[in-house]
Design a binder for this molecule. Structure first.
Ligand SMILES: [Mn+2]
Length: 416
């Protein structure tokens, strides 16, 4: 008798700037572990991307470790591979620390003397082998270069890589692995990386992607895909859905509307009561008249939050105004592009192109290592005022400028 869980793509620590979403994501993982304990699984397989980055926030780590130790205290073993997010080739990742602390066991890249992939044996007798995701995208050649050892008994292969034949068309991946590259002789193939539940078979054995436990981006949340994991009882997989919160998705087509009409539509929408925890508003299309900048999106967001949504996201990346033109760019360097644009489109009356270029140069300066934010901002101000004073003629005006008193279009004349 063997019963195990297959979990992947938890991305703990994702949504670092949105506490509500970060919390839902953590809750989904905790809920998954709770179900594993309730269902008395023998072990849990984590097929990569347990954390959203190799060095996550300690509060996130603390919650994750607590949940996993709870499972360990119920005599549930945990086996993991690295994903593409929680792995750092140069430094030790948190995964390494948790392996050292025996929170879980990595089942990856154990090679025997002949260079073949070694298996880890669980007390149930099930053998587990795995390969991590690789950020440098060499999966296909890497898989083909490896010598896979044939398992002796019932075995699970864990991987964090997109399988070409299973990859949905709307998911872009630069490199995939054909299903034939997965090693032969396993009874279950536990996949991770693709944030969607997908099922296939290889020689009759299931090849499964669980989908994310919650999702790691707004794009993930916008898609109406299942969130959850598998519990595999006597080699029969059963999908367990994780619904830690409710999501409302509104899609507004602004194509052909005037900006005022869109504004009105959004006002109406934002005045409704919202019963869901997450409100995702997507606005797309090309306005017939006016610019999207004329809409107060933060007020709309505020009203939606007041109407009951715990978190609101407005995606207007695909909303354009009529006045936007496409600009053709042939130059290679940023400076050349800026110069070309300034020459072609001009500067406000009286502003010299050289002044505009130098000002752009000053404002582009980056904060240097160890520089405080105040000092950095001060440096930008100082350099900007120095430039303005330098350009001001006659010299008698020098030093008279104060922020807010000078209008850039008033400078006039040849600065040199
Ligand atoms: Mn992932």
């Amino acid at each position: 008798m063997v019963r195990f869980a297959h979990i992947a793509d938890c991305h703990l620590g994702a949504f670092g700037r949105n506490p509500a979403l970060r919390e839902y994501n953590l809750k989904a993982f905790e809920e998954a572990v709770r179900i594993c304990i309730e269902r008395k699984v023998d072990f849990i397989i984590i097929a990569g991307d347990l954390f959203h980055n190799p060095h996550p926030d300690m509060e996130v780590v603390n919650r994750a470790v607590k949940a996993m130790i709870d499972a360990r205290n119920h005599d549930i073993r945990i086996y993991a591979v690295y994903g593409s997010h929680d792995f750092n080739i140069a430094k030790a990742s948190l995964i390494d620390v948790l392996e050292s602390a025996e929170v879980f066991k990595k089942v990856v890249q154990y090679l025997d003397e002949e260079g073949a992939l070694e298996h880890v044996e669980d007390p149930t007798g099930v053998e587990i082998a795995g390969l991590s995701g690789r950020k440098n995208r060499m999966d296909a050649s890497y898989y083909l270069s490896l010598d896979f050892k044939k398992p002796k008994g019932d075995a699970i292969f864990v991987f964090h890589t997109p399988v070409a034949e299973m990859k949905p068309a709307d998911i872009h991946e630069s490199e995939t692995v054909p299903i034939s590259a997965l090693p032969e002789g396993y009874r279950y193939y536990a996949g991770g990386h693709i944030h969607r539940r997908l099922e296939a078979t290889k020689n009759g054995a299931p090849v499964l992607y669980t989908g994310a436990t919650f999702g790691s981006s707004y794009t993930d949340l916008e898609k109406e895909t299942e969130r959850g994991f598998y519990i595999v009882d006597e080699w029969e997989p059963e999908y367990v859905q994780l619904d830690v919160c409710s999501i409302r998705r509104e899609d507004v087509d602004a194509d052909g509307l005037k900006v005022g009409e869109l504004d009105e539509l959004l006002q109406e929408l934002s005045e409704q009561a919202v019963d869901e925890d997450i409100f995702l508003l997507k606005i797309h299309g090309e306005l017939k008249e006016g610019a999207p900048e004329n809409i107060d999106f933060s007020a709309i967001r505020g009203r939606l939050e007041e109407s009951g949504a715990k978190t609101v996201s407005i995606n207007r990346r695909q909303l354009t105004g009529k006045n936007l033109e496409r600009i053709k760019i042939n130059e290679e360097s940023t400076e050349k592009i800026e110069e070309g644009l300034l020459e072609e489109y001009g500067t406000p009356e009286g502003v010299d192109i050289r002044f505009a270029e130098e000002l752009l140069g000053i404002l582009k300066a980056e904060q240097v290592d160890g520089e405080r934010k105040d000092d950095y901002e001060g440096r930008l101000w100082d350099n900007t005022w120095a430039l303005i004073n330098e350009l001001e003629t006659p010299k008698s005006k020098k030093g008279s400028g104060k922020p807010g008193q000078v209008s850039l279009v008033d400078f006039g004349g040849d600065p040199k």
